[in-house]
Ligand binder design. Structure first.
Ligand code: PLP
Length: 356
């Protein structure tokens, strides 16, 4: 630790991302990446990209991305924000709307980046326990919160909350900003984007990293009323005026244009998820009703860290959050059908071996 660290940096406990191994012989199912190639249209646009354009700064607002997203979702462009991955947008959002004078709340089991932003920006927070079945009950959240944030479908459980429930929450708490992180919504959930035209206290965050196979390109989006979006722009322009590079903008635009390819790959992932889920349940393994591109799994008779290790020894990389109530659970990203058939067999083998 350098003596130049300030008090905040000394205290910070940063987010730990899933491992990105060099050994690609492993079946990599630990960071919810998409197993399929990005759309051929993206490939074509990037190949034809005129490198001469890299001399110039890109458009700071990601106009072409916002335009493509606003056309896709049929909402005005002024209600869209584009950024360098949704993690960065979440950072802007915490900075723009919350501070030390107000408390926010989120489930105790959800995306583990939220408490990190709170400590980075000194925002007080409470972690509200989810029920034993991992469901979220907004009745458990105190009335005086400045913000409530959660992933929907939630991570790592995959459980989905209907937009009507979120609408009720926003209606009953006009002074609470409801942040809906829809990183996984395309895999069987329903977006809250239609609600943003009726509620000025809902902001929806999405990413192109999962359902559009662009994790390496770093593109995220936020949707909210114009005033909320203007707040994000204000923070962005106080930090980095050009978060989205020129190639990322071209790729993201194409991702929204190629609706056909998006639907085909998304449906493949959903079908694989459902098939593997059934198989695991039939084998006596606990699996939540995930609407995301991952399964949340507990193998009886073996601890989470041990199961993670055993799977790795069998060439499969998955994620275990070795903490509290979910320490015995594994989050397993949905890969190709072929890989997932192998993984299901390996999981069954690990279970059998652990019961000997
Ligand atoms: C719930 C949730 N939100 C946001 C993100 C960040 O996505 P990205 O920064 O790639 O857009 C992730 C990534 O795993 C996530 O799980």
């Amino acid at each position: 630790m350098s003596r130049f660290y300030n008090e905040n940096t000394k205290r910070l406990v940063p987010y730990v991302a899933g491992e990105q191994p060099q050994n690609m012989d492993l079946i990599k199912l630990n960071t919810n990446e998409n197993p399929y190639r990005p759309s051929p249209l993206i490939e074509e646009r990037i190949k034809n990209f005129d490198l001469y354009k890299l001399r110039l700064y890109p458009n700071g607002e990601g106009e072409v991305v916002k335009k493509a997203a606003s056309k896709y979702y049929k909402i005005p462009q002024e209600k869209v924000f584009a950024g360098n991955g949704s993690d960065e947008i979440l950072g802007f959002l915490f900075k723009a709307f919350f501070d030390g004078s107000t408390k926010i709340g989120f489930p105790d089991i959800t995306y583990s980046f939220y408490p990190v932003y709170c400590s980075l920006f000194d925002i007080p927070y409470i972690q509200v326990p989810v029920k034993d079945d991992f469901s979220i009950d907004f009745g458990d959240y105190p009335e005086d919160l400045k913000g409530i944030i959660f992933a929907n479908p939630n991570a790592p459980t995959g459980l989905f909350i209907e937009p009507s429930v979120i609408e009720e929450l926003a209606k009953n708490r006009p002074d609470t900003l409801i942040v809906v992180d829809e990183a996984y919504v395309d895999f069987g959930g329903e977006s809250c984007i239609p609600l943003i035209s009726r509620y000025d206290n809902i902001i929806v965050v999405q990413t192109l990293s999962k359902s559009r196979s662009l994790a390496g390109q770093r593109v995220g989006l936020a949707f909210g009323c114009k005033e909320l979006i203007d707040g994000l722009v204000k923070v962005k322009n106080s930090f980095n005026s050009y978060p989205l590079d020129a190639i990322a903008q071209v790729a993201a635009e194409a991702a929204f244009e190629d609706v056909e390819y998006f639907k085909i790959t998304r449906d493949k992932i959903i079908n694989t998820r459902e098939k593997i889920r059934r198989k695991l349940l039939e084998a006596g393994i606990e699996v939540t009703d995930s609407k995301a591109n991952f399964l949340f799994v507990r193998i009886p008779g073996i601890s989470g860290p041990e199961a993670q290790l055993k799977l790795r020894e069998n060439g499969v990389l998955v994620r275990n959050f070795n903490s509290g109530r979910i320490s015995d659970w594994l989050r397993i990203t949905i890969g190709t059908d072929e890989d997932m058939e192998k993984v299901a067999d390996i999981i069954k083998k690990v279970m059998e071996e652990s019961s000997i």
